[in-house]
Design a protein around this ligand. Structure first.
Ligand code: NAD
Length: 338
């Protein structure tokens, strides 16, 4: 990891969440001589089962801290020098940001600010520490069918309190880079899917609604398009950026290269569950509901920058990845229930 640099200590925030837990488990296996400290406040989006799963790794440690608590964060940074800080922690669900925006302002903006200040105060203005900011394609807003995919140079045009809070945090990072000399990396990825994602998100929600024989709510007419990135592909993309210590103060888009409408993905899940798992007429559970406020129509990611510089490319077996994901939820139905 980050060849040419002697990486010993890595701080991960939000490691109990969906993407962060995959990053930690894969990192702990791949880089057994590196220590990973996870800072997470164990919010509703963190399952105790995920914590138990991560505890198996000898090079893993956990600290229950809320990143809005600047003093607690300072203590962590004053005790140890981190060579790499990977910031996943966030309030991540758009619907919640509409019903209760303040948590998004606090965690996504103030929380990021607190981490940046720790880098300035405790690590020689962030020098000798690479700060990796995990962000979203939603900062770029919405596209029509005929518009080109988002590049790293696309303008920010967030629609929801969630995407606005993420855009704001991206800008803080760039400013802290220019003003205080923080070494940073920003990645903007598309919709992730895979095992261990909390049930509020489209794919797990659809699977679990079918399993429980409950209505599957679909916003508007279901034609909104998302680009889907399998979580393992995302982690591989992140690792590819660390392989050489040459990507400093840059932004990279990471997409799965698989655009599909919400209703099409729901129908694909219905088909798999009915044909391969014995569920019946799950199509009848689909229920169109009032559209989400400010609902972006289409996200589309141009990943050519990362593909060109690292050689990384998302796998093209979306159907297989979806099956693996469904299979995981079928076999781990109590992951979130307790
Ligand atoms: P998640 O909601 O599954 O996990 C977030 C984690 O952060 C949880 O473990 C939670 O307990 C922790 N957390 C929340 N608030 C905290 C706080 N104040 N202090 C400490 N910990 C806190 O999210 P995810 O889907 O794994 O997303 C990870 C990152 O990736 C986020 O920054 C998100 O914006 C970004 N992202 C996610 C997606 C996606 O499709 N899931 C897409 C693009 C970008």
């Amino acid at each position: 990891m980050i060849s040419g640099k002697n990486i010993k200590e890595v701080l991960v925030t939000g490691g109990n969440g969906f993407i962060g837990s995959h990053f930690i488990s894969q990192s702990c296996k791949k880089f057994s001589s590196i220590n990973f400290l996870n800072v997470d406040n164990l919010s509703y989006a963190a399952s105790p089962n995920t914590q138990n799963y991560l505890n198996q790794f000898k090079n893993y440690n956990f600290c229950n801290i809320d990143i809005t608590n600047a003093e607690k964060l300072k203590e962590i940074f004053s005790k140890k020098h981190f060579d790499l800080v990977v910031h996943f922690a966030a309030e991540s669900h758009v619907d919640n940001s509409i019903s209760s925006p303040i948590e998004f302002i606090n965690t996504n903006i103030i929380g990021t600010y607190n981490i940046l200040q720790c880098l300035v105060d405790n690590t020689n203005n962030g020098k000798n520490t690479l700060y990796h900011h995990i962000s979203t394609d939603e900062v770029f807003g919405s596209l029509n069918l005929n518009e080109d995919s988002f590049t790293e140079l696309s303008n920010f045009s967030p629609s929801s309190p969630y995407s606005a809070s993420k855009a704001c945090s991206d800008l803080l990072v760039e400013a802290w880079g220019k003003t205080f000399g923080i070494d940073y990396l920003i990645t903007n990825c598309s919709n992730n899917f895979g095992p261990r994602q909390y049930l509020e998100k489209l794919i797990p929600k659809t699977i679990m609604k079918i399993i429980s024989n409950e209505k599957i709510p679909v916003y508007g007419n279901g034609t909104n398009i998302r680009d889907w990135l399998y979580v393992d592909d995302h982690i591989e993309a992140i690792f590819s950026l660390y392989e050489e210590n040459r990507f400093i103060n840059e932004r990279f888009n990471i997409g799965g290269g698989h655009e599909i409408s919400n209703i099409e993905i729901i129908q694909a899940i219905v088909k798999i569950l009915d044909e391969e798992y014995g569920y019946k007429e799950s199509q009848d559970l689909i229920e169109f509901v009032e559209d989400r406020k400010g609902h972006d129509f289409r996200y589309s990611i141009n990943s050519s920058k990362i593909e060109k510089v690292t050689g990384w490319k998302a796998n093209e077996n979306f159907a297989e990845q979806l099956k693996i994901t469904i299979d995981w939820y079928i076999n781990n139905q109590d992951w979130w229930n307790n």
